[in-house]
Design a protein around this ligand. Sequence first.
Ligand code: C2G
Length: 420
Amino acid sequence: MELDKETTKKLQEKILKIFIEFKKICEDNSLKYYLIGGSCLGAVRHKGFIPWDDDIDVGMPREDFTVFCRIAPKFLSQNLFLQTYESDPQYYFEFAKIRDSNTTYLDSGMKQLDINHGIFMDIFPLDSYPDNILKKSYLRVYRAIYDDYIHIQHSKNISDNQSLQNKLMQEASKHFVKSENQAKAARTELLQKISRKSSKFLANYYGAWAKKEICPTHWFGDGISASFEGYDVRIPKEYDSYLSQLYGDYMILPPIEKRVSHHHCDVIDLNTTYKYYTKAGHSMKRVITYGTFDLLHYGHINLLRRAKELGDYLVVAISTDEFNWNEKHKKCYFTYEQRKALLESIRYVDLVIPETNWEQKKTDVHEYHIDTFVMGDDWEGKFDFLKDEGVEVVYLPRTPEISTTQIKANLSIDSSGGGV
Ligand code: C2G
């Protein structure tokens, strides 16, 4: 599917949020990375995304990649998932992705896999490319055996008119490998072993540009600083040589008809978890509720628990600070970001979005594929118009004895807001 400019921009904004978390983990743990491929070109030529690009690619030297994959899960936000063949068994690539589980990017070539299909950024391990011919041959043969074996497990219809070499490879692989997991582990071990010895060349073996992604190690070096969408990022030290090898005269824009993403995607939905689009997901019942949720208390939790019990996926729209002040004349004790972080930590809550105006409910219920709208019964009858949007409207009894106002009064916090 071709994306219009507005959707591409929104997709890029979401992917940038993933990258910013990736970048912070690398900086906090002194892990080396470089923007590579189109992302490096984007940084140099556009100081950000190539306008029609729909992902971010980074490369990490193998040892940094290994450490990152081990530690990242404990640092990533609740909606972000580090996808590797170990964390997501049906995912079978050597490189990793960070996926946003609250979104959907159904790639045509991967949609049959039962994996996390959220929008993503790619993280490629950069491995040594052997200097001597024997090691090169050894690596090429074994990598082909493991890749072929893994590919066979996922190729439904192996075309008969394959080259003789491929057929021989496939036969050979059956004698070397007993299972897909063994092939994946052996492939990683092979590359890690090769990379323990530094070499004159560094390769992204799983990049889109094949041999062009085998580069002199000094082209990467310690990297240099560049600007990407206003952020300070790292790109290969000798980026001009790197980009020239990948793209030729890279500062010249391609012809208009070539300014499209290289990915083939069936569905992109920035507001809906990919689970909704899997077979099971079509029976998924989706609920939404709105509120300020300031000074979060057990009355809010009771509401959220009962709302979740009405379905499988709960979206909570929390009022922004501006909306609260301008429309509800309330000044919150906690800011929007603080209230959002609290809500996202509640196990009943699957997605938190901003409430910026009274009218958005009518579009939200369609944009987020909502089946049921829920509010406390202090709002009884106020949102019945949503039934005309095909949405069930449910008012749940409030928890009578507790409220944010009550808490403030009891704690003698000035009712105009602010701490004591
Ligand atoms: N609630 C509850 N029991 C309480 C307090 C609140 O069930 N003791 C419910 C409210 O009925 C509401 C939700 O928790 O459904 C959030 O309450 P508030 O944060 O007070 O939200 P409110 O200021 O009512 O804003 O567009 C709708 C508005 O954003 C709702």
